[in-house]
Design a protein around this ligand. Structure first.
Ligand code: ATR
Length: 276
């Protein structure tokens, strides 16, 4: 009998996770199936208990359940507990273990593109929400030279920095404050929802004055080329789209569940074919 995997979230209708995981299963001749389950906030505990009872071997967790699921699990791995959110669960002999592959997924996609080591790189993170948190904590652990955060609500950026157990050089700024320092950054990472479909003409920050060698990265993948990335490219800067983070978080989850490394290039192609 085939093994069952899945995703819980709300909404999940447009998720591309079933496309890439099911393709990886069939490409690797694994008898398994991945299904997206729509789970409302107040039904989370019921859903987790059902997945456990039915013996689902692993599932992803997305908005709005990434934090709320934590007390419902039997064990939380170290990086998920540091980040304070779970996006991947493995059912190990009936025990549900929570992981976070968002931060490591982002780091993997970033590392493939940078020319200068992170230990020599000054980073600007735009946004201070859940996604920024996973990326900040992961980059801090990786030993970045400096990480500044800018956010509409500066207090949230300050809180994020002070809550990170690993101390790294850097400060919290308003968006305008970061624009004044834009010439200094080697990597700019955009983690807010600004520019996401359908508001594709919006951008969170002005890049004027940034270094030509700067890598500008957006974690949004719909559209693949956000307004921010279009402007960065027009200025001759390097860009990294959100497709990289999406497929690498999925690949890390796939490895946690099966122990097998999926073909990430295939995953990338599926997303680009559908959205590009
Ligand atoms: P996620 O988990 O996807 O990161 P989130 O936790 O709701 O989502 O965080 C959203 C981020 O986008 C925050 O940094 C938010 O800024 P505030 O902390 O000031 O709310 C930012 N954001 C969302 N919409 C924005 C907008 N219209 N202008 C500026 N920042 C925005």
């Amino acid at each position: 009998m085939g093994k069952l995997y899945g995703l819980i979230g709300c909404p999940v209708g447009h998720s591309m996770s079933p496309d890439i995981h099911n393709d990886a299963f069939s490409h690797l001749h694994l008898s398994a199936y991945y299904h997206a389950f729509h789970v409302e906030k107040e039904k989370l505990a019921d859903a987790v208990s059902s997945l456990r009872t039915l013996g689902v071997l692993g599932f992803n967790v997305t908005v709005p359940h990434k934090v709320a699921i934590m007390p419902l699990l039997d064990e939380i791995d170290e990086s998920a507990s540091r980040i304070g959110a779970v996006n991947t669960v493995k059912n190990k002999d009936g025990k549900l273990i929570g992981y976070n592959t968002d931060g490591i997924g982002y780091l993997t996609s970033l590392k493939r593109r940078i020319k200068k080591p992170l230990s020599e790189s000054k980073v600007l993170l735009i946004g201070a929400g859940g996604a920024a948190r996973g990326i900040y904590f992961t980059l801090a652990k990786e030993g970045c030279l400096q990480i500044d955060i800018c956010n509409r609500t500066i207090e949230k950026a300050k809180d994020l920095i002070s809550e990170c157990p690993i101390k790294v050089k850097g400060d919290a700024y308003s968006i305008h404050g970061a624009e004044n320092l834009i010439y200094d950054y080697d990597i700019i990472i955009q983690t807010t929802s600004i520019g996401m479909h359908p508001n594709t003409s919006e951008k969170p920050i002005e890049l004027t004055g940034a270094k030509k060698e700067c890598l500008v990265s957006d974690i949004i993948y719909n559209p693949i080329q956000t307004q921010l990335l279009k402007e960065a490219e027009a200025e001759g800067m390097q860009t990294l789209t959100g497709v990289g983070m999406f497929v690498h978080q999925a690949a890390h989850a796939f490895i946690i569940w099966t122990g097998i490394e999926p073909n990430v290039a295939r995953m990338e192609k599926i997303v680009i074919n559908k959205l590009g």
